[in-house]
Design a protein around this ligand. Structure first.
Ligand code: C5P
Length: 224
């Protein structure tokens, strides 16, 4: 059986994309595969944590030994996170859609003699910021991700402050990096204390290294 700082701790991980319905058969989505978030859930479980993985629609299954909750939309994901609280650590790796369709059709939208349907968008709740800014029931350690295509570290620093989390894992998801859907990742850990750049690693190794680091941090935040 594992030993260490994460044994018995409750870790909530969000992973994958969200699907935002346009009508009952169509949706808006993104290219997130869930590989990095699922790998983190697996690594946390291997480190002895009790893990709740809240996953958007992905092709991969929930890791063994992890409680996996499958959701579709950002609003469903927020509700599932709130239901899973309290937790010692929140790791929000999901690529949540920023917008949803405000006027989603209750029935399949039909072609109408060349007239185009007008989709109007409205902002989704920011799950990470909502939970990180709660006065009560905020997990003591909150981790966000920042998938950027440029100015990666600068944007991550801004995100750390804006969302109110303790750590941002920033990565470059420009098409040429192959990160989205791929098996490798190059990340920067951004905290109030500074930036640490890791070498390119498999998503499994990024997950293990991150979980190891969170074990150390969780001990620090627990100190009086
Ligand atoms: O999309 P953005 O770059 O702002 O995402 C940064 C972090 O915020 C990620 O950890 C992501 O999971 C989280 N997020 C969220 N809910 C949103 C948008 C982003 O939890 N609606």
């Amino acid at each position: 059986a594992p030993s260490g700082p994460l044994v018995g701790k409750h870790v909530i991980v969000t992973s994958g994309p969200t699907h935002e319905p346009i009508d009952p058969v169509r949706y808006i989505a993104n290219r997130s595969s869930g590989k990095q978030g699922h790998a983190i859930a697996r690594a946390a479980a291997e480190a002895g944590a009790r893990v709740t993985l809240i996953s958007g629609p992905v092709d991969i299954s929930g890791p063994a030994g992890v409680t996996t909750v499958r959701v579709e939309s950002a609003r469903d994901m927020l509700a599932a996170v709130e239901k899973a609280l309290p937790a010692d650590i929140g790791i929000f790796a999901a690529a949540v859609a920023d917008w949803r369709v405000a006027n989603a059709g209750a029935q399949k939208i039909k072609k109408n003699g060349g007239a185009l349907p007008e989709l109007s968008l409205t902002e989704n709740p920011d799950i990470l910021a909502t939970i990180a800014r709660r006065n009560e029931g905020r997990p003591p350690l909150m981790v966000g991700f920042a998938a950027e295509t440029e100015h990666v570290i600068e944007h991550a620093k801004q995100k750390l402050a804006k969302k109110g989390c303790d750590l941002i894992v920033a990565n470059d998801v420009s098409t040429e990096t192959g990160v989205m859907g791929g098996d490798r990742n190059t990340v920067h850990l951004v905290t109030a204390g500074g930036v640490e750049t890791w070498p390119t690693l498999s998503k499994t190794d990024v997950a293990r290294k991150l979980v190891e680091r969170l074990g150390k941090l969780v001990e620090e935040v627990a100190k009086p």
